[in-house]
Design a binder for this molecule. Structure first.
Ligand code: CP
Ligand code: NVA
Length: 307
């Protein structure tokens, strides 16, 4: 089972593999926009396992698999044996014998790792407490579309050092850019949990304004991620000054874009003026989940394709 390629965290791919996947995502997107059918995954089945809520991830994987000629099956904790204590190792054995690729959204990263270790088919992390690699794949594809290569650029991360932040930090190491992180005290990046090789590609700032200064991309996320709802009240107080607003965007590079993985809470982590303003690319970012993940699934199942 060692030769199967999984996508469990951003650093699972090399820079060369990302160059390939981004080029494929563009090719697949352009073809889709021309209404040209493309069915390289005819007869293949994707199983999607959700232990947390989703709109974009479910929609983009399910629609993407259909558009590539295959089919998708949705499982959740409530309606399957997953919620009744079936060992994740057993689920990996069984589900991977009936499908060609699996996507999992769950809690601890350890769950996707254990599933993948028992899977006969590629496994994709559709979000864990620690990482959200499919989102950053789409985000960087979106940045490239709008501004070109991200190499050497600066991303400002404002807010919680959560799964999105950790994945940005891994991406910075793989694709050679910098991340300026500003979190409230007590919510700082934990490099080991983020799975980083070092600290060369990020800098922590006490003041979010300082993190945004000169940034090419400003981004944030909810103050309370799924699974951490019990901390919501204390987080609302702690994060009050970490709201991306027009003043923060004003100190960023004049061509800076604003991104948010969504769903967003206007008036909490970002003002309506910013997320609905001219620098925001959040709708392209959401759409690109579809195109980027189609390229990802094609690559994991079929390897490199020359056109
Ligand atoms: N950004 C994202 O993953 O959205 P969903 O939670 O709706 O899937
Ligand atoms: N950090 C958020 C992302 C949601 C797409 C969460 O984990 O809930």
């Amino acid at each position: 089972m060692t030769s199967i390629k999984h996508y469990l965290q951003f650093k699972d791919f090399t820079r060369e593999e990302y160059d390939y996947v981004f080029a494929r995502a563009k090719w697949i997107k352009d073809k889709f926009k021309r209404y040209e059918p493309y069915h390289p995954l005819f007869d293949r089945t994707l199983v999607m396992i959700f232990e947390k809520a989703s709109t974009r991830t479910r929609l983009s994987f399910e629609a993407g698999m259909h558009q590539l000629g295959g089919s998708a099956i949705y499982l959740n904790t409530r309606d399957s044996q997953l919620g009744r204590g079936e060992p994740v190792e057993d689920a990996g054995q069984v589900i991977s014998r009936m499908s060609d690729i699996v996507m999992i959204r769950t809690f601890e990263q350890d769950i996707v790792e254990r599933f993948a270790a028992n899977s006969r088919v590629p496994v994709i992390n559709g979000l864990t407490n620690e990482y959200h690699p499919c989102q950053i794949l789409a985000d960087i594809f979106t940045f490239i579309e709008h501004r070109g290569s991200i190499q050497g650029k600066t991303v400002a991360w404002i807010g919680d050092s959560n799964n999105m932040c950790n994945t940005w930090l891994q991406a910075a190491e793989v694709l050679d850019f910098n991340v300026h992180v500003s979190t409230p005290p007590g919510y700082e990046v934990e490099p080991e949990r983020a799975g980083l090789y070092g600290t060369d590609h990020f800098e922590q700032f006490a003041d979010p304004m300082d993190a945004c200064r000169g940034a090419d991309l400003v981004t944030t996320d909810v103050w309370t991620s799924m699974g951490f709802e019990a901390e919501n009240e204390e987080r609302m107080k702690a994060f009050a000054d970490w709201c991306v607003d027009a003043d923060m965007m004003a100190v960023a590079h004049k061509d800076a874009v604003f991104m948010h993985c969504l769903p967003a809470h206007r008036g909490e982590e970002v003002t309506a003026e910013v997320i609905d303003g001219p620098q925001s690319v959040v709708w392209d970012e959401a759409e690109n989940r579809l195109h980027a993940q189609k390229a990802l699934m094609e690559y994991l199942m079929l390897g490199r394709i020359e056109n």
